[in-house]
Ligand binder design. Structure first.
Ligand code: GDP
Length: 415
């Protein structure tokens, strides 16, 4: 079981092609898979059998939704297509996820496709973290990318980390909240992280950025502002709490940096996902319509992320596998049990859900489960007469979840 719903994160990693989405995803699965299996990678002693080739295979086969664990949270990583031609698919996945990590290349910065995806994420009110990747590459420029996110995307990136050096001299990152420098040992695939004092030549800049960070979020809260005025600082816990509120409101995007290729800066992103991105409880309830409302009954239905509500599940992706179609489902409310017969209100037919499962990051395998609770994502085998965007629900409580704005037919007509 994934654990309590408030510790569940349904997130996507979105990026312009080549910015490093695959590499960042691999690193996340590596760390999160290792935590799940070994219990803890924080002590730096964890032995893993990480095999990049295997990871890649796992990602391409089961990329639609992979479940991993990081510390106290369960993270469902939902694939978002990287290519602009798949705008309808991007939209569909943005609807299904609760938060996103947007990866930018520190060299190329904001590109046309990033603008499209950013606007779509705005439209669906998806809270975001930013990751400025490839700090080790020639031409990397952290400040430039921050500036572009502000000017071209209208975003409000708030750096929580600063790069130490750049290009060949990129060495690590400064943690502005923890006030320390972090160096990642790429020989051990980033397992060993050394904490040191912030280098002298970065101290002033780090302090300036930290002040900016604290001031920005203190402004959101009167008592925090008072503390900040009196003491010139805020306790870490208050900073995290206010950062979370500001991120969920869409007012800021906590911003991370590093080099995914060298394993630098990826663990802080995972901490950021746990701390600042929403759980299914933090997002508005889903809307749908009753396909056959009785007299005097409203056709509109709202369902919250509770096991006690009737089941409402959305099929967001269908992947052909060797033996059967795998459909990927988000359970917005209620509980989805294996062996159940559910209505597809679009066709009026019942579909049999013979198996449900999660893809576990550490095993890269389908793990069969008995039930999936509200808020979670899973794979289902069995339904036959289905297309992406279909709803599965009980016959006794039918609901048609909002249809997606851009069905494939519209796209093909537009081409
Ligand atoms: P995607 O298209 O966004 O999925 O990007 P990939 O993860 O496939 O990365 C594109 C290329 O950039 C690959 O050759 C990666 O090895 C490389 N790359 C990714 N991250 C980094 C990084 O932090 N530093 C450097 N130097 N190369 C990177």
């Amino acid at each position: 079981m994934p654990g309590p719903i408030e510790k569940l994160r349904n997130i996507g990693i979105v990026a312009h092609i080549d910015a490093g989405k695959t590499t960042t995803t691999e690193r996340i699965l590596y760390y999160a898979g290792a935590t799940h299996r070994m219990g803890n990678v924080d002590d730096g002693n964890t032995e893993t059998d990480f095999d990049p080739e295997e990871a890649k295979r796992g990602i391409t086969i089961y990329s639609a939704a992979v479940t991993c664990r990081w510390k106290e949270c369960t993270i469902n990583l939902i694939d978002t297509p990287g290519h602009v031609d798949f705008t309808a698919e991007v939209q569909r996945s943005l609807r299904v996820l609760d938060g996103a990590v947007v990866v930018f290349s520190a060299v190329e910065g904001v590109e046309a496709q990033s603008e499209t995806v950013w606007r779509q994420a705005d439209e669906y009110k998806v809270p975001r973290l930013c990751f400025i990747n490839k700090m080790d590459r020639i031409g990397a420029n952290f400040e430039n990318v921050l500036d572009q996110i502000r000017k071209r995307l209208g975003g409000n990136p708030l750096p929580l980390f600063l790069p130490i050096g750049s290009e060949h001299d990129f060495l690590g990152i400064v943690d502005l909240i923890g006030r320390k420098a972090l160096y990642f040992d790429s020989e051990t695939q980033g397992k060993n992280i050394t904490e040191e004092e912030i280098p002298d030549d970065l101290k002033d800049q780090a302090e300036e950025y930290r002040q900016k960070l604290v001031e920005t979020i203190a402004e959101r809260d009167e008592s925090a502002m008072e503390t900040y005025f009196e003491e010139g600082d805020l306790p870490d816990e208050t900073i995290h709490k206010l950062l979370r509120e500001a991120t969920l409101a869409g007012d800021i995007q906590p911003t991370f940096t590093g080099s995914a290729l060298d394993f630098v800066g990826v663990q802080p992103i995972l901490d950021g996902v746990n701390r600042y991105l929403p759980s299914p409880l933090d997002v508005p309830p889903v809307h749908g319509i009753n396909p056959k409302p009785k007299k005097n009954q409203s056709a509109e239905i709202t369902r919250g992320p509770s096991n006690d509500e009737p089941l409402a599940a959305l099929i967001f992706k269908i992947v052909a596998d060797k033996h059967a179609d795998l459909c990927f489902v988000r359970v917005y409310s209620g509980v989805l049990k294996s062996g159940s017969r559910l209505l597809n209100p679009r066709t009026g037919k019942k579909e049999f859900c013979s198996q449900i499962w999660h893809i576990q990051a550490d095993q890269r395998e389908k793990i069969e489960i008995d039930l999936v609770e509200a808020g979670d994502i899973c794979g289902v085998i069995g339904p036959k007469d289905i297309v992406t965007g279909d709803t599965l629900c009980p016959t006794t409580d039918p609901i048609l979840l909002e249809s997606i704005h851009f069905p494939e037919t519209v796209i093909s007509m537009a081409v």
